[in-house]
Design a protein around this ligand. Sequence first.
Ligand SMILES: Cc1cc2nc3c(=O)[nH]c(=O)nc-3n(C[C@H](O)[C@H](O)[C@H](O)COP(=O)(O)O)c2cc1C
Length: 383
Amino acid sequence: MLAPQAATLQSRRAMYSNNRLQIGLFGANCSSGRAVTLVPERWSGNWPDNKRLAQMADDAGIDFMLPIGRWKGYGGDTDYQGTTLETITWATGLLSCTRRITVFGTVHALIFNPVVAAKEMVTADHIGEGRFGLNIVVGWNEGEFDMFGVDPGQHGDRYDYAQEWIDVIKMIWSDKENFAFKGKYLDMKGVRGKPKPYGNTRPLIMNAGASPTGQAFAIRNCDAFFLQASRTSLAETQAKVRVAQDAARAQGREIGCYSVGVVTCRPTKKEAEEYFHHCIVEHADWSAVDGILALKNISPQTVPMDEYLMKRSQYAQGMGGLPIVGDPDHVANQLADLSQAGLTGIGVSLVNYADELPYFCDEVIGRLERMGIREKPKLSATA
Ligand SMILES: Cc1cc2nc3c(=O)[nH]c(=O)nc-3n(C[C@H](O)[C@H](O)[C@H](O)COP(=O)(O)O)c2cc1C
């Protein structure tokens, strides 16, 4: 295993590279990944495929893997995301068989006891020698909370609870010993956790809150904030990045802004658009899409018809991620534009991650390297 350069918070935030646009894979721990499609080549999400993918991504210099914390599928013909690998254990497995990639665990604050979670994450971080990252989520799917017997209403505002949760986690990861914590929700005594995270610093923390409360939480607590890039205007994306970073600086903090993309890259624009149409329109799992929309209370009864149809199409395309569809020049240029707009990184999904990654790396990442946006992975990393 390669010990990365010193695991300072700064090097963790840079994901141990000088890449101006970090690129990660998002959603590979779930069946179908993030493509709500019936096509037979859709992603399995099983362990052998995840391990193969992570090792391939690690060799190619992909910066991170970000899983989805999902406990219940969305139904439909494919039971979309119905089979998922739990994310901290998934990350631990992947960290043990890779050398440089950062791997996140996506943790629902309301359903993981913080003392247990802090220790699980430290264990993953030691196995990965400083490459574990935490995506903290509060959840939104009531059916999932029902399954745990947790009433999110009991916790008042979910982000208030998450604030106490992350405060406790950070205290356990610090040099505090035998401390007490008394908040509105958590009342804990004699708390300690050893070992501390790898390299005497803490894991990278991210959040993707979209509501004002969620965004404020991310800005106050996280190193990485995932925001929704505009589908129509780079200036709008740039403005969102600036607002978030200014708000963080006003609190004396620096945050990196990231977004989510759904990539279909083929040798020609025509081929890319045809494949995209084949998967996401002609063979979309529309019954699953409608189930997701219902969970989010989006229906022709609740929103205007044109908005409903737009959302329906966006969810089929990849749960609201930015579609990036075209030949390698187009895809590389679109990623370069996002970097120019101030994004630190992007988590992408592919219909079949492992089949499509080699072409993406050769053609798109190669172009980004030539543009000076990314560096070639260092070859000195030997197991
Ligand atoms: C990149 C990304 C990853 C996310 N991962 C999860 C997840 O794994 N599980 C989950 O329940 N929600 C996940 N979410 C949802 C967000 O955490 C958040 O709840 C959502 O954007 C709505 O914002 P709000 O909580 O402020 O209302 C994710 C969102 C994004 C953009």
